[in-house]
Design a protein around this ligand. Structure first.
Ligand code: GUN
Length: 297
């Protein structure tokens, strides 16, 4: 008997396709408008996971033909100095995207720093101006992880309209903006968190389940509605040192229609959407847009 298991939603391959499209559009922007997309990433301190993420972002941007720079500041950097660095990048016309890697070391107040990023360069979509634009349906940068979830489904031909998206996790980076993006796609959205009663019951009603809590294998196989799309945002280090998601992958795969692996699922899509946002920002500075550069969305 052949076992029917969920098909893999291959974020790695899809992200490579997005990067290729971004590279072609960037080349056109450079040729037709003389503008090279510029991405600046600020990394404060020495968190090993953040160092890997930042290195990957820098490499992706360079390979797409962007001008990429990583600004490394010591863990003891004063808040005023970090804000001064953000302001310097705000004023630099060659920089179209600014990302302050999170989490910041102790002593630095994220809530005081992130809003200082110019909204036009806020390619993370985290400033209050970007959040307001998202909630009110105005143009603006959308956070990369939830937009990576939407783009992965779009490129796989998976419909969101009318479907029930259940999100586990209420973070600023993923859970909260995912609700808005799901609504933008005409889905019905439910958000669950650590105080939610009957989490399993909510998950079992999901046509699309987004797990973004940072708890290894929290979501069990029998919480998955048969045929559901499972998007696992979690990146946790297992006891054996390997990366594991927030979903019990092997068990969930028995019920899911489609499921993202960890690694190779949402992570690469997040980075790809950072390039899309930076390209959009560069295009706007040149008086054009992604559509005119041949990038559909
Ligand atoms: N740390 C983990 N993910 C992210 C992200 O998407 N943006 C920022 N700024 N920091 C992160």
């Amino acid at each position: 008997m052949t076992e029917v298991t969920g098909r893999i939603l291959d974020g790695k391959a899809t992200a490579a396709a997005v990067r290729e499209d971004v590279g072609a559009a960037a080349a056109q922007l450079i040729e037709a408008h003389g503008v090279t997309p510029g991405l600046a990433v600020i990394l404060v301190g020495v968190d090993p996971a953040s160092e890997v993420y930042v290195r990957n972002k820098d490499r992706d941007a360079s390979q797409a033909g962007f001008h990429a720079q990583t600004i490394k500041l010591p863990a003891g950097t004063a808040q005023a100095d970090l804000i001064a660095e953000v302001e310097r990048l705000n004023a630099d016309a060659s920089v179209h995207g600014i990302l302050v890697q999170l989490p910041l070391p102790g002593g630095l107040d994220q809530a005081a720093i992130v809003p200082r990023i110019a909204p036009s360069k806020d390619v993370d979509g985290l400033t209050p101006a970007s959040v307001a634009a998202l909630v009110t349906g105005q143009p603006g940068h959308r956070p990369c992880t939830p937009s990576g979830c939407v783009e992965l489904m779009r490129r796989a031909g998976l419909e969101l309209s009318g479907r029930h998206v259940v999100i586990v996790g209420r973070s600023q980076l993923v859970g909260k903006p995912m609700v808005q993006l799901a609504l933008e796609q005409n889905a019905t959205a439910t958000i669950c968190h650590s105080r939610t009663q009957d989490l399993a019951g909510h998950c079992r009603r999901a046509d699309v389940l987004v797990a973004a809590v940072g708890v290894p294998k929290l979501v069990k196989g029998d919480w998955i509605k048969p045929g559901a799309v499972v998007l696992d945002v979690g990146i946790n280090r297992g006891e054996d040192g390997k990366l594991v998601g927030d979903v019990d992958f092997e068990a969930a795969r028995q019920n899911a229609g489609w499921i993202t692996p960890v690694p190779g699922g949402i992570g690469p899509m997040t980075r790809a959407m950072l390039l899309v946002n930076t390209l959009a920002s560069a295009a706007r500075s040149a008086g054009t847009d992604l559509k005119a550069l041949g990038l559909s969305g």
